[in-house]
Design a protein around this ligand. Structure first.
Ligand code: NAG
Ligand code: NAG
Length: 498
């Protein structure tokens, strides 16, 4: 069969060659030109890629499009900074002027980092994630210089004990990234996010941001403090920071369970809630389904199964490699295959969501109560605050999103995520009659630039124009309908029941 086909193809080729030679000059020209055009289209198409992410993937890596989407969403680099922050969708110009932005509260996740924990027997030491400010890019170089100068005027401060404390705000010197260290990309992500917010919240910032109207809080993990500082540099610029020193309040509480004076919100039942959740049969069967993947890692890494921590940490090694276009991890027993990687990513997403669903309300209510209190103070003109920044981890952001009902269960929370709570005042609302009510004040929530206000579980019918939720609805949700004064009491109650 095959030789016959070849013979007939050869015949056809000679026939076409003969025809071509016999064709006139004009025809020869037309045929050659069409070939040229086809070749050009082919070259152009193959150099154009569906997303910018393709360009950073080495040719050997082949993914399903689902895995690829997960990776580029998670890595979040280059940053998407075309979000809808500060922009109401209201149909007419008149409507837009009617609402005035009063305050913005932002929760960020730190930027791109080196792997979070040491996983035994991987070849991680062979690779680096670039935790320096070395670059040949002129713009980035300039930003690193300006940022480094700014950091002399940014003071980390122990929140509860109210004393100065020291942190490296620029990369710690060293030839290789340390465990969990913020990378160059991580800094760039927060420069970009801060800058984006500077444009989005121009009206707030132009009227002057100073220490009296800016609150900043970070967990005590260096990459979060650095991310906060990088964000502030983007938001405020070097000159503003040099003129007006900025304090970052550092707390040891990863869920910011404390009020603005540092008084903690205790939740004795948190541990037992976790424990109870993990007794559920669907949790147990879900965990059992992960076991074969864990066994496979144990085989590849030649490490006893009990010494491997969680699927989340193993997957972190995979994500960090993907984000930096490095090959999948290998151990003495072989390398992680793309299939195993995809399975691990799926399971890790499930495990993270489960882990944080168990404690979402008790973990994130205090932060939400503080945000609601600040909004309420604004409604009574009792506060000068304009901008609030919290800098934390995925373990900070994910429970909050789950608690609000806006978490996407199919994905992990990306690096440099920004969750925004904007406070808007309706200038036409008559607030004079009822001084104690928050009437006329609304808030709007965005996750990575995307509006989620109408997805929140408690706003429902009270939404104004499908994008503004009355502040009193937030207070009502946090207090079980009992009002502003009762939010703290309700939290105590929530934490005393298991
Ligand atoms: C830091 O915390 C102190 C209370 O310990 C507070 O007075 C101050 O306003 C906070 N500063 C910022 C920038 O959040
Ligand atoms: C659940 O979350 C906690 C807090 O972030 C973390 O310490 C723990 O390792 C997580 N557990 C799993 C199974 O992911």
């Amino acid at each position: 069969m095959i030789p016959l086909t070849i013979v007939s193809m050869r015949r056809r080729f000679y026939y076409m060659k003969y025809k071509f030679q016999k064709a006139g000059r004009l025809w020869k020209g037309i045929i050659l030109a069409s070939f040229g055009v086809l070749l050009w289209i082919w070259v152009w198409n193959s150099s154009k890629s569906p997303s910018s992410f393709d360009e950073t993937i080495s040719p050997g890596m082949i993914f399903s499009s689902k895995v690829q989407q997960c990776i580029s969403h998670y890595c979040n680099f280059p940053m998407q900074t075309s979000g809808r922050e500060g922009l109401l969708n209201l149909e007419s110009h008149l409507n837009q002027q009617r609402f005035q932005l009063e305050m913005t509260q932002v929760l960020i996740r730190h930027g791109d980092r080196a792997p979070a924990i040491y996983v035994p027997n991987t070849d991680n030491n062979n690779y680096d994630f670039d935790c320096t400010f070395k670059t040949s890019d002129y713009n980035n170089k300039k930003m690193f210089e300006e940022y480094s100068q700014s950091t002399r005027h940014i003071t980390p401060h122990e929140f509860v004990r109210n004393v100065r404390t020291s942190f490296h705000l620029v990369p710690t010197p060293g030839s290789q990234c340390k465990i969990g260290q913020l990378t160059q990309r991580g800094f760039l992500q927060h420069f970009a996010l801060g800058k984006h917010m500077r444009t989005a919240y121009k009206t707030l910032i132009d009227s002057g941001i100073e220490s009296s109207n800016l609150h900043v809080r970070s967990t005590q993990v260096t990459r979060c403090v650095q991310s906060a500082a990088a964000f502030l540099y983007g938001l405020l610029t070097k000159d503003a920071i040099m003129n007006e020193r900025v304090t970052i309040n550092i707390t040891s509480n990863g869920w910011f369970q404390e009020d603005d004076n540092g008084t903690p919100y205790k939740c004795p039942s948190l541990g037992s809630r976790w424990h109870q959740y993990k007794q559920r049969s669907d949790y147990i069967s879900g965990s059992a389904a992960i076991e074969p993947v864990m066994q496979e890692f144990s085989r590849l890494l030649r490490t006893p199964r009990p010494s491997l921590t969680t699927i989340g940490f193993l997957t972190d090694v995979i994500y960090t490699r993907y984000c930096h276009n490095l090959p999948l991890p290998c151990g003495p027993g072989g390398c992680v295959s793309p299939l195993l990687a995809a399975q691990a990513m799926d399971f890790a997403t499930w495990a993270f969501t489960q882990n944080y669903t168990a404690i979402a309300d008790v973990a994130s209510h205090p932060m939400l109560i503080q945000m609601a209190k600040r909004m309420f103070d604004k409604t009574r003109q009792k506060s000068a605050l304009k901008f609030v920044l919290y800098s934390g981890h995925d373990s900070t952001v994910t429970p909050l999103l789950i608690n609000l009902g806006v978490h996407d269960d199919t994905r992990l929370t990306p690096y440099a995520t920004g969750v925004v709570f904007e406070l808007w005042r309706d200038t036409l609302a008559d607030t004079s009659a009822q001084k104690d009510s928050a009437d006329g004040f609304y808030f709007r929530v965005l996750v990575n630039g995307e509006e989620v206000t109408n997805k929140m579980k408690f706003c429902g019918d009270s939404l104004l124009k499908d994008e503004l939720c009355p502040v009193r609805e937030l207070i009502s949700w946090l207090s079980d309908g009992e009002g502003f004064e009762q939010m703290d009491k309700k939290y105590k109650l929530l934490c005393s029941t298991t």
